[in-house]
Design a protein around this ligand. Structure first.
Ligand SMILES: CC(C)(COP(=O)([O-])OP(=O)([O-])OC[C@H]1O[C@@H](n2cnc3c(N)ncnc32)[C@H](O)[C@@H]1OP(=O)([O-])[O-])[C@@H](O)C(=O)NCCC(=O)NCCSC(=O)C[C@@](C)(O)CC(=O)[O-]
Ligand SMILES: NC(=O)C1=CN([C@@H]2O[C@H](COP(=O)(O)OP(=O)(O)OC[C@H]3O[C@@H](n4cnc5c(N)ncnc54)[C@H](OP(=O)(O)O)[C@@H]3O)[C@@H](O)[C@H]2O)C=CC1
Length: 518
């Protein structure tokens, strides 16, 4: 199924600030910011309601491919404009005076049919020459482009750089991951484990790669892992899975927003195929509606296969909203934004904790009394009591986690395995619980309600990152829940180790031994 971009969305094609006078007339640029299209015909351009015919229009598609629109139409061959590619319209027209102008472009595109882009842009005095990082239009990942940026950085700062230039992979593999690539930051990786995981997806022993510069961290996780192993391993379970994008629709009043929310609920079976038409993998599960004032916030929830899914759900929700904007029969929609800060991506939030974002995963273990005392120098009662006192601290401080440091293990694993590290913001939320069993042992669990992990897409295919995923046995289809379970197990190991160090008062001394660079 194909979505038709609304007039509001078509404006995104126009490159603001691109309107300019040229020696031959007037020029402006478009850039495909929507979806790959095939442009089959240019009908006309209007500048301030003055129509410019196809014989006065030339299209510059880059790389010296310039075609008069009349020839282009006669050839009927069309051209494909992939996402991210620009085209410049050159018009044989009188130069425009400084100030605001209206531009209307009418063209035909497959698979949409006839479309009109209507925008306003200004002819402005050209900005002064400015410092510009070198960029190659033809191949920005070539050796020459990278060297030019390294040299630029050295000249700009007056410093010489040695290590950031050394890497072992083809820089072209970074396309889709990093613009203006200039070099690498080498993060040391320490191994912990092997961790014994009793998951539904991860079963057996796993070596844990921890990318960190915090001394003591690997030692601490390693210690916690040994403790878990001595007690039979860690039981891990994925109990929820959803990735969100949360658009907002603005109405004239609260009733408009309320009625829209009801309509969305009824129209879900029509909205779903629109969203899912954009991906082989993304599946729209449900839409939550939250109302406030004249605003209707929709929280679209998807399953996204082995990918974290932020790009997938953005694209899918964009298509769904495009359909909604065209088909909603009720009160006029005054504004629409694809994201309303309700997703909530890369931010700690209560809605993530309550409604799940990414994977909701639990790690549990029963730690034997004598093993805890021998290995960690604390009794179960001491750890459980310390947990209660910490709960009050977490409550008072408003933290998103009543445990000690799940962000440490999560960040170190994220860096090693190519996850988007900014997602530690929501992935760091945690609910730690412990109790003494009738046998006098310690039952302990951690729930991570918004763990954003992937084994496909994002940075997971990059050279070292993919090797660390292979170390964990987490490459290939259907491996993302396995990774989620391993991460949860590692987090629980860290809670036990640091919790014990704080309870037994050897936390500071351990950092003095392992973690200082005075
Ligand atoms: C992608 C652009 C910049 C295109 O922007 P554009 O205006 O379509 O592109 P342009 O070709 O006209 O270039 C404009 C300028 O962009 C820069 N630029 C352009 N291309 C390059 C490049 N290859 N390498 C380096 N710089 C580049 C460069 O400064 C350039 O100026 P110039 O130097 O040419 O005079 C724009 O569309 C954009 O900024 N989009 C927003 C993307 C973004 O911020 N994503 C953040 C990730 S989303 C997220 O993580 C969190 C979120 C959103 O989920 C949180 C939430 O839920 O709220
Ligand atoms: N756009 C945004 O707002 C944000 C983007 N990000 C970035 O988004 C990236 C993550 O986006 P994400 O959508 O996960 O990844 P990608 O954008 O890398 O897309 C992954 C694609 O891989 C394809 N695919 C093939 N096999 C599988 C499989 N087994 N499971 C899942 N997908 C598969 C799917 O294609 P198809 O859909 O065509 O079937 C899917 O869309 C990260 O790099 C992150 O930094 C982060 C935050 C916000």
């Amino acid at each position: 199924m194909i979505f038709t971009p609304s007039a509001m969305m078509l404006k995104l094609l126009y490159t603001r600030g691109s309107l300019r006078n040229t020696p031959e007339g007037v020029a402006f640029s478009i850039k495909n910011r929507l979806d790959t299209v095939r442009i089959t015909r240019i009908e006309y351009v209007e500048l301030d309601d003055v129509r410019i015919g196809t014989e006065q229009i030339a299209l510059d598609l880059g790389n010296g491919d310039v075609r008069p629109a009349s020839v282009f139409n006669a050839e009927r061959a069309g051209f494909t404009l992939p996402v991210g590619q620009s085209a410049t319209f050159h018009l044989a027209a009188k130069p425009l005076p400084e100030g605001l102008h209206t531009i209307r472009v009418r063209f035909a595109a497959e698979p949409f049919g006839e479309l009109t882009v209507e925008v306003e842009d200004a002819i402005a005095a050209r900005p002064e020459s400015r410092t510009r990082i070198p960029r190659s239009e033809t191949d920005d990942y070539s050796e020459a482009a990278i060297r030019a940026r390294q040299q630029f950085a050295e000249e700009f700062t007056g410093e010489q750089f040695e290590h950031l230039k050394h890497y072992s992979f083809d820089a072209h593999t970074l396309q889709g991951n990093c613009e203006h690539f200039t070099g690498v930051a080498q993060i040391p990786v320490g191994l912990a484990g092997p961790l014994h995981v009793n998951g539904e997806h991860a079963q057996g022993q796993f070596l844990i790669p921890l990318a960190t510069t915090e001394g003591t961290l690997v030692a601490s996780y390693n210690r916690g892992i040994q403790l878990l192993n001595l007690c039979g391993g860690v039981k891990c379970t994925v109990i929820g899975d959803a990735m969100q994008r949360a658009p907002v629709f603005v109405f004239d009043d609260a009733r408009g927003a309320r009625d829209f929310g009801r309509w969305v609920e009824e129209a879900i079976d029509q909205i779903r195929p629109e969203a899912e038409s954009t991906s082989r993998i993304a599946k729209l599960q449900y839409i939550d509606t939250y109302l406030a004032g004249k605003f209707a916030y929709l929280r679209f929830n998807y399953s996204t296969g082995d990918a974290a899914g932020q790009n997938m759900v953005g694209r899918a929700t964009f298509a769904a909203c495009s359909w909604i904007l065209e088909h909603y029969p009720g009160a006029p929609i005054r504004h629409f934004y694809l994201e309303s800060n309700f997703a909530t991506d890369k931010k700690a939030s209560q809605v993530n904790v309550m409604r799940t974002r990414g994977k909701r995963v639990v790690a549990e273990a029963v730690i034997k009394r004598d093993i805890l005392q021998q290995r960690m120098r604390v009794k179960p009662e001491q750890l459980a009591y310390h947990g209660q006192v910490s709960n009050v601290g977490a409550f008072l401080s408003g933290a998103n986690n009543n445990g000690a440091h799940s962000a440490n293990g999560i960040t170190a694993l994220f860096i090693a395995t190519g996850q988007d590290v900014a997602n530690v913001s929501e992935s760091s939320a945690g609910v730690l619980y412990s109790e003494i069993t009738p046998e006098g042992d310690l039952y302990i669990s951690i729930t991570i309600p918004s763990l954003i992990v992937a084994t496909h897409g994002g940075g997971t295919g990059l050279a070292t990152q993919n090797e660390y995923l292979r170390l964990l046995g987490c490459t290939g289809r259907g491996t993302v829940n396995k990774l989620a379970e391993i991460v949860a197990g590692v987090v629980l190991a860290g809670e036990l180790s640091l919790g014990a160090a704080i309870s037994s008062s050897d936390w500071v001394s351990s950092h003095e031994q392992y973690g200082r660079n005075r």
